[in-house]
Design a protein around this ligand. Sequence first.
Ligand code: G6P
Length: 438
Amino acid sequence: KFNITVAGGGSTFTPGIILMLLDHLEDFPIDTIKLYDNDGERQQTIADACEILLNERTPGVKLLASTDPKTAFENVDFVMAHIRVGKYAMREQDEKIPLKHGVVGQETCGPGGLSYGMRSITGVLEIVDYMEKYSPEAWMLNYSNPAAIVAEATRKLRPNSKILNICDMPIGIEELMATNIGLESRKEMVVKYYGLNHFGWWTDIRDKSGKDLMPSIIKHVEKFGYSTDTGSEMEQEASWNDTFKKARDVQALDKDTLPNTYLKYYFFPDYVVEHSNKDYTRANEVMAGREKFVFGECKSIIEKGTAEGTELTIDEHASYIVDLARAIAFNTKERMLMIVENKGAISNFEPTAMVEIPCLVGSEGPEPLSVGEIPRFQKSLMEQQVGVEKLTVEAYEEQSYQKLWQALTLSRTVPSASVAKDILDDLIEANKGYWPEL
Ligand code: G6P
């Protein structure tokens, strides 16, 4: 049986992930789930509710919540990290500051991603260091955002650590693709994909018998994007549905491939800004929606002393985390999209770039599959974006204003160096106490 630490215990995603873990105990037996957060009060609400839930549903599994690193990180096998440094209040700043300057306001793409990245690096490295100090054999399954910058930071600043960087976005999109062509599950598809995190393309999708599924998925995307209008919970939210629909326009740029929907921020930043409300962004939606709901449900479980009738649901979408942990624990060699150092997998691309590509995951970690050469259009876009990500990490390490200004200037979402500078100066002000001093 395994011991797990969930880093970011106070996250709105924690109850759904715990329920998902409890639903998979047969494949992945758990002794203890520990929650760690530096905001003890926020975490306690989640922990108290989850404890009631757990005692009612799976009394064998133990739960413990702590703000003390030693208690939280000793004697664990896996650390599942989904931390959010600065919480939703800072996400709101990441989104609203660029919008004030007429630039895309998003938590992982463009200036918002850089801003969040500069905060996250410190938090993620701290978790890695606790894990290595108290459980040197453990693996960190990291899906903390912004994943691209965090992955580059761990590659550069903790090169020998046991960290697996993974993102749920391709998984979410694959679920939509599968639904759209009438499959039961994305697991019926074998995919080829390459790119950077939140910046990639599917080039080949087949069923297990080898039948090419690309033509039917492309046909759907050309009409409706990835949208089905009936599907997932995410899709029922207007902002996500817009994104899934916009995949149609993104796909038109390269009709042989299927895009990650976040490419819309780089290809159509003007459209995105026009369709954004600079006074009410995704952070506001999430605070008024998911955050309020999850904490409301938790408080009601605590008051009633029972989780009976709770509307908290299993986050089945997050079961890729169990697949990943199982791959390591049982050497399953499952084929998964991971964010790994390129090292020649994309043969005509920078070897030290952190790329998102299929890997076979076993107890030694991910074994990247060869991608080969990629076309000029994608390669050029990726080179520019890798530059943004690497410069951000260098700026963090060297505490360099100049490099962060360069990173912002290089982003396709930012129209000029002077706009980049104005945004940067506002971000520095907003991130006081979170960023290293530049
Ligand atoms: C997707 C992305 C994540 C991102 C999340 C935001 O899952 O892959 O990187 O954090 O969306 O979702 P939210 O509902 O908080 O806007």
